[in-house]
Design a protein around this ligand. Structure first.
Ligand code: NAD
Ligand code: GLY
Length: 366
């Protein structure tokens, strides 16, 4: 079956760019069209490179094409790893007109974007996301970052790519657990903005888990469209973009408390979504039935809906207090007024948050 390639546009005046979604996009001259200079640096990791580096390199045969393979995993999303990217750029005398190509999941994309933003005060940058999570979320919108040991994504900048090339054939080699982690961010997008899409997910989740191409393309396109709508209204997260952080204040605390890389980001997001939905329910903003639908959908996707058994609630609360989503008025939560209707809320009773965390530690006690 051949999927017709499609193109979505992120409209951000002089920082506008296209997102291409389709099959076999590496074999076309697409990548080459968005490279302006004579030099490229492809950033990837050994696993992704073993599958897709040759295809990416083949689009750059007439260019100086250097490669840097960084160690795999969230625990390497650090300034030290970005420094390795700078070392390669400097050693190989890359000029400001160079293009950095991120070939991989969200970790590679976030680090490569950050390196591109900093190298000679801004080099071109192209995203080739190969994980579902990166295709529906991380590769779009220009958030780039590395982690601080005590705070996720704490060091970074906004820097938009020149294009995003999403080849869904890359999902064929993605491990099941990673596919499910990507589904968590898709559920997040639907919950924030689009009740019909949420209903579609309830009906089609099994097809997605079976990697049905049409269902995956539909879900990627719809999630990207939601993200595009939001970021074009608020590129730098002055207000509405913060909705995209549904579940993330909790998720980032889980990732920090467990240690980066123990749970996948998407798994932590799944639990974060449940905690945000339960908090919304306990505030009488969200129906019990909607809360059950959220839990059911995530369970069908084989994602966790409870905190790790080893969780320390005081530590989670401490990590939450250093989250980026804290401002002068305190922690800002993304909560739900219904499926497809997220809102920003401050002045939330932290005793209630603590109670909800305690209730969700470990195996199901509901
Ligand atoms: P990841 O980058 O660690 O990739 C997941 C794993 O899958 C890795 O081991 C990778 O090597 C492997 N992999 C990737 N593509 C593959 C393929 N096609 N075949 C086989 N293996 C493949 O994790 P992720 O889930 O892609 O991204 C998570 C990261 O994204 C987190 O650091 C998170 O903070 C970040 N993120 C950023 C944004 C943003 O807006 N910038 C949004 C969401 C998440
Ligand atoms: N993933 C949240 C954002 O891009 O704003």
């Amino acid at each position: 079956m051949n999927i017709q390639p499609l193109m979505l546009k992120v409209d951000l005046s002089d920082r506008s760019y296209p997102i291409f979604i389709g099959e076999n996009l590496f074999t076309q001259d697409l990548l080459r069209r968005y490279i302006r200079g004579k030099q490229v640096l492809i950033v990837s990791n050994p696993t992704v490179a073993s599958f897709y580096l040759d295809a990416a390199k083949s689009a750059c045969l007439d260019l100086q094409c250097d490669i840097v393979l960084v160690p795999e995993g969230e625990e390497y999303k650090t300034l030290a790893t970005v420094s390795e990217i700078f070392d390669t750029l400097v050693e190989h005398k890359h000029r400001r007109s160079t293009t950095l190509i991120a070939l991989g999941g969200g970790v590679i994309g976030d680090m490569t974007g950050f390196a591109a933003a900093c190298y000679q005060r801004g080099a071109d940058f192209i995203q080739i996301p190969t994980s579902l999570l990166a295709q529906v979320d991380a590769a779009i919108g220009g958030k780039t970052a590395v982690n601080h040991p005590k705070a996720k994504n704490m060091i970074g900048t906004f820097y938009q790519p020149r294009c995003v090339i999403t080849d869904i054939n890359t999902l064929k080699t993605l491990p099941d657990r990673e596919l499910r982690a990507g589904i968590a961010e898709i559920v997040k997008a639907a919950l924030i903005w689009d009740a019909d899409f949420f209903e579609w997910l309830e009906k089609n989740i099994m097809k997605m888990l079976a990697r049905d191409s049409r269902s995956l393309v539909y879900a990627i396109e719809r999630s990207c469209a939601i993200k595009i709508k939001i970021i074009t209204m608020d590129e730098k997260e002055a207000n509405i973009r913060a909705l995209l952080n549904l579940g993330h204040t909790f998720a980032h605390a889980i990732e920090c408390e467990l240690g980066y890389g123990i749970w996948l980001h998407g798994e932590a997001v799944a639990v974060g979504i449940v905690l945000a939905a339960d908090l919304s329910y306990r505030l009488n903003w969200f129906e019990k039935d909607s809360l059950l639908r959220v839990k059911n959908l995530l369970t069908m996707a084989e994602l966790p809906i409870r905190l790790p058994q080893s969780s320390s609630v005081p530590k989670l609360l401490d990590y939450m207090s250093t989250d980026k989503k804290r401002d002068e008025s305190g922690l800002r939560f993304v909560l739900l007024k219904g499926i497809g209707n997220a809102i920003l809320a401050t002045d939330i009773d932290m005793n209630l948050v603590q109670e909800i965390l305690v209730n969700h530690v470990g195996e199901d006690g509901d």
